[in-house]
Write a protein that binds this ligand. Structure first.
Ligand code: FEO
Length: 395
């Protein structure tokens, strides 16, 4: 193996992570481009490994570390987060680095001991604590609920490198390591925020404000998934502030499913009404679009219009699945509306409205619901409904 398997971010700070080219389902989030699990080795007079990788890739991480140092010489292993994609190689590394201390938060300690039932030598840290490696200082900043209660950021003071674990990540497998080398990185960062961090948006904003207030300068951000932000870390920080505040634009997303295409006909007529007002609109059929991809479109949309045929007095199952998922992600500042067709008795549209209300959407009423196949008069009403939605979005 040549030295090309590792990447030096700054002198003495190395990426020693792994690339998971084949993962397509990350606990329910569709990862069509795979992902990476990023570990970082910080070499001062003492040596620290920041986070590990999913256990199935432990040997690959070890090979990278061995290109730099003897892993037995690692003095500290920092666990920024309990979740197993970052912690499940801890046993492997701590078996080899027998003298290493495991450094983590109090909350993470509880989780790690539960998951791994081990007798590790654990040192707990809190915000403001420093670890002097000799020539390199690690400073810790707890980041509870970004995105688990145990989450923590590690900052390498001398190099102004922030290692925020899941924060600022993207699920993308690539042989490149830096943002300026990967053209679709913002797209993947958007999907990642929408599916992982959106529920904690107010905490995202307050954490960034705290970092600014503390005067922490950032030259580079090395998240635990995807590429490293080196060209302009401010770009992703600004995007997080925008998403965190729930900023939206004049855009409508129509999310629907259909049985015999009546609801689909309605969706298209509504779309044409919206479009006629010059408002951006996207049409996403649930059986053809994964819920996690749809959330990337929802994040900056002012309105989400949801359509479903009635099946057994309720929503079509894909619609129910999507609304449950979206409710958990707690998008802010959205307008919502419902539409759909039915055969002999309705029910889907009312059920959608009740879910949208539970998600704190501002509802546009009355909803549209038509029997069997919409007539040309009813199609006109769908178009007009689209026009009304677009005008509301423009206000
Ligand atoms: Fe990448 Fe929360 O684990």
């Amino acid at each position: 193996m040549g030295e090309k398997n590792i990447t030096e971010l700054k002198k003495g700070i190395y990426w020693v992570g792994v690339i998971d080219w084949n993962i397509r389902d990350f606990h329910g989030y569709v990862t069509s481009k795979g992902t990476t699990y990023n570990s970082y080795l910080v070499v001062g007079e003492k040596i620290a490994l920041i986070d590990t990788v999913k256990h199935t890739f432990a040997d690959e991480m070890m090979r990278r570390i061995e290109e730099i140092i003897d892993p037995a010489k690692i003095d500290y292993v920092v666990a920024n987060h309990v979740e197993m994609d970052h912690s499940s190689s801890l046993s492997k590394i701590l078996d080899i680095a027998k003298e290493a201390k495991l450094v983590t938060t109090e909350r993470a300690k509880e989780g790690l001991l539960r998951y791994y039932n081990s007798d590790w030598d654990i040192t707990t840290v809190k915000s403001g604590d420093n670890l002097d490696l000799g020539g390199k200082t690690l400073s810790f900043l707890e980041a509870p609920m970004l995105h688990w209660p145990d989450s923590m950021f590690t900052y390498v003071v001398e190099d102004k490198v922030l290692l925020p674990n899941d924060g600022f990540g993207q699920h993308i497998a690539t042989s490149k390591r830096f943002d300026d080398e990967v053209p679709d990185v913002m797209e993947e960062a958007t999907t990642y925020y929408a599916n992982i961090l959106m529920p904690f948006s107010s905490l995202v904003v307050s954490k960034i404000e705290e970092v600014v207030k503390l005067g922490i300068e950032i030259d580079m951000i090395g998240p635990s998934h995807g590429i490293i932000w080196r060209s302009d870390p401010g770009k992703i920080i600004d995007a997080y502030m925008k998403w965190g505040r729930g900023e939206v634009k004049e855009k409508v997303v129509i999310v629907y499913d259909t049985m015999w295409k009546s609801t689909e006909k309605m969706a298209i007529a509504i779309l044409e009404g919206i479009s006629s007002e010059g408002v951006e609109v996207k049409l996403l059929k649930l059986r053809d679009n994964h819920r996690s991809d749809i959330m990337k479109e929802v994040i900056d949309a002012k309105a989400v219009i949801v359509g479903s045929p009635t099946l057994n007095n309720g929503m079509f199952p894909t619609v129910s699945d999507f609304l449950t998922y979206m409710k958990g992600l707690r998008p802010k500042n959205k307008i919502g509306a419902a539409f759909g067709s039915y055969g002999w008795s309705g029910g889907a549209v009312q059920a959608i409205e009740s879910e949208l209300e539970a998600s704190k959407f501002e509802l546009i009423k009355p909803e549209l619901t038509f029997k069997y196949l919409p007539t040309s008069e009813e199609m006109k009403k769908c178009y007009e409904f689209g026009v009304e939605i677009a005008r509301k979005v423009k206000n």
